[in-house]
Design a protein around this ligand. Structure first.
Ligand code: TXA
Ligand code: MG
Length: 331
């Protein structure tokens, strides 16, 4: 049984006790729900991979209560410090070289010499990190290869029975995962590399980072950023992108005035706002997938979304959800 804990002091205390005892607890962040375990406990971390069915070569993000705590485990550059000052707590993850004396289990970073760090902004995540007083390793709380959860009900649908508890903090505000920025190359003069577009837009980062390296990694380098492999977040129904029309047996993921004629419509943002679309994306894909499946629809058609603001992250996730080539599912 997975306990559903209330978003209050008693719920936080119970969740912290589970985590300190090496159990798994899902908790809300401002992006998506995380599947947390004590990052300093190797067997707790191993159990995260097992609960998700996630390959062990795909590293996890370590979550901290403060930038100071996070930077104790890595070699922080001046750019890392200025990004942390600007965006933490918040939906930004920084990848930096880990320090040998870090107590974080090697399995968290899948044996890589780097560590991904994030200080989440959600008050319940903050309260939990403060109560546990250890870094928490937390991937998104979905089964590997599926859509990230943005509510406690989604978490229970994905992982009910496989984890000790979930803290029910309602819907996630941002709705897509954190932006992941690899700063390791900046130590030797390379540009920061965008590993995953997410809750902090590139427009917001640019004044601090300058131009980013956006190039996808070459095939043999992919294990350095395994979560960037395609075929991620896949719904069951086929997903068609940049739809300009929609068939009568299709569900429509709308952005702005909906195309006419769909069997079923989920509106991401009537006003055409990319932040609103991000916050509703995963709930929309889940709803269309479930209801469209029940109705026997042939697929989901998604209207085009601009590549600005959080639109970049939304398009990235839609592109992954549309891949149906049997590629590697690693999330
Ligand atoms: O918003 C988020 O980031 C959520 C919440 C729970 O914080 N977490 C999340 O975790 O999305 P996950 O495991 O689903 O995605 C982590 C991403 C993956 O693409 C992984 O490959 C990458 O970060 N990553 C983690 N550590 C890394 C490292 N040391 N080097 C390169 N990429 C890394
Ligand atoms: Mg994930």
């Amino acid at each position: 049984m997975t306990a559903r804990l209330a978003a209050d002091a008693a719920g936080i205390a119970e969740a912290a006790a589970f985590l300190r005892a090496g159990e798994r607890v899902a908790f809300p962040t401002e992006t998506v729900y995380g599947l947390g375990g004590d990052a300093t406990n190797a067997s707790a971390v191993a159990a995260i991979f097992a609960a998700k069915g996630r390959p062990r070569f795909n590293p996890l993000i370590a979550h901290y209560a403060s930038a100071e705590a996070a930077f104790a485990d890595v070699i922080a550059t001046p750019l890392a410090k200025s990004l942390a000052a600007a965006f933490w707590p918040g939906p930004l993850t920084l990848v930096l070289p880990r320090r040998a004396q870090s107590p974080v289990a090697d399995l968290v970073s899948a044996g890589l010499p780097t560590l991904a760090l994030r200080v989440p902004a959600h008050p319940l995540a903050q309260a939990l990190l403060a109560a546990v007083a250890r870094p928490i390793a937390a991937p998104s709380a979905n089964r590997s290869g599926r859509i990230s959860p943005t509510s406690a009900a989604h978490v229970l649908a994905e992982l009910g029975g496989r984890i000790a508890a979930v803290i029910d903090g309602g819907d996630c505000r941002v709705g897509v995962e954190s932006t992941v920025l690899d700063l390791t190359g900046t130590l030797t003069g390379a540009r920061p590399r965008l590993l995953r577009p997410g809750g902090i837009s590139l427009e917001a980062l640019a004044p601090l980072t300058g131009a980013l390296d956006l190039a996808p990694l070459a095939g043999d380098q992919q294990p350095l950023s395994p979560g960037m492999l395609r075929s991620h977040y896949a719904p069951t129904l086929p997903l068609r992108l940049h739809a300009r029309d929609v068939a009568g047996d299709e569900a429509l993921l709308a952005f702005g005035p909906p195309l006419p004629g769909a069997a079923l419509v989920f509106q991401l943002s009537a006003a055409g706002n990319t932040e609103e679309a991000a916050s509703r994306l995963y709930a929309g894909l889940r709803a269309l997938d479930a209801e469209g499946g029940r109705l026997g629809l042939s697929g989901i058609a998604a209207m085009a979304i601009p590549e600005t603001g959080l639109g970049r992250a939304v398009n990235d996730r839609l592109a992954r959800a549309a891949v149906r080539d049997g590629g590697v599912d690693v999330d």
